[in-house]
Design a protein around this ligand. Structure first.
Ligand code: ADP
Length: 244
């Protein structure tokens, strides 16, 4: 199961990188395409060789092909990373995370849910997998048998998940590198160093934040803030106080 997780994490990281690259390349490509079209238009009115005219036409065809490839890449990568957003309540999220955790860890997981079923917009499974990874880290760091506490709270704008462990914490040199892809202090095979990188990516894609508070010998607290979908009630009341 761990091997499978490592594999799916690597694939997801690839998807994230591919989607990012496709996105970055699409802007310069669009500029080149506009310029190429202009050049072709001007060449048409000039006494230039047919070879040159067919060269520019080839450039335009190939640019079109590149654009199609990039479109496909961002669609595929988007699917691989489960971009489709859905309404997810905090209790659905907790259920999803529990279903992804080893049964023997669930016994040591204390969930305090004070979120009153706040709703977020999120790719449900992908986010649950990301949060599961953070909770798994907390267990990996915890002394044998010790609890990991997950607290869910709601603020006016956010669903806040705090994951707290009583492990050794992180020295500054580890904390500084956290979230770098492939950074791990675990044995090869046990860690991919992609967990936090991917979690941060997913969370930031839905306008959330991930913050880690840790120092040596003082455990670790991971705070994840997820943007709440406003209550219907909030929406009405916001309409009601318009002009205030
Ligand atoms: P992995 O778990 O595969 O190593 P992560 O990106 O999830 O990858 O974590 C990177 C590193 O951050 C870990 O190898 C570990 O050194 C450190 N780390 C993460 N979470 C904790 C934690 N709760 N307590 C102590 N160290 C942690």
């Amino acid at each position: 199961a761990e091997m499978q997780r490592a594999r799916s994490e690597k694939l997801e990281a690839l998807g994230t990188l591919a989607a990012g690259a496709a996105h970055e390349l699409s802007t310069p490509l669009a500029t080149i395409a506009v310029v190429a079209k202009e050049v072709q238009r001007e060449l048409a009115e000039m006494p230039v060789s047919d070879d040159l005219k067919s060269d520019i036409s080839l450039i335009r065809t190939e640019l079109d092909r590149c654009r199609h490839i990039l479109d496909q890449m961002s669609t595929d990568a988007g699917q691989a990373t489960g971009e489709t957003l859905a309404d997810v309540t905090s209790s659905q999220l907790v259920e999803e995370i529990r279903s992804l955790l080893d049964a023997r860890l669930i016994d040591r997981l204390r969930i305090i849910d004070r979120s009153d079923d706040a709703v977020i917009r999120s790719p449900r499974l992908v986010l649950a997998q990301a949060l599961r990874g953070l909770i798994k880290n907390a267990f990996d760091a915890s002394p044998e048998g010790r609890e990991v506490v997950v607290l869910l709270e709601r603020t006016s704008k956010h669903l806040v998940m705090t994951i707290r462990d009583e492990g050794p914490g992180m020295p500054p040199e580890v904390l500084a590198r956290i979230g770098e892809p492939f950074f791990t202090t675990k044995d090869p095979g046990a860690g991919t160093g992609l967990g936090i990188f991917l979690a941060k990516n997913v969370i930031e894609r839905i306008d959330g934040t991930l913050r880690i508070e840790s120092s040596s010998n003082d455990g670790t607290t991971v705070v994840v803030q997820l943007l709440r979908k406003p209550d219907p009630w909030d929406a009405t009341s916001a309409g009601g106080v318009r002009g205030k």
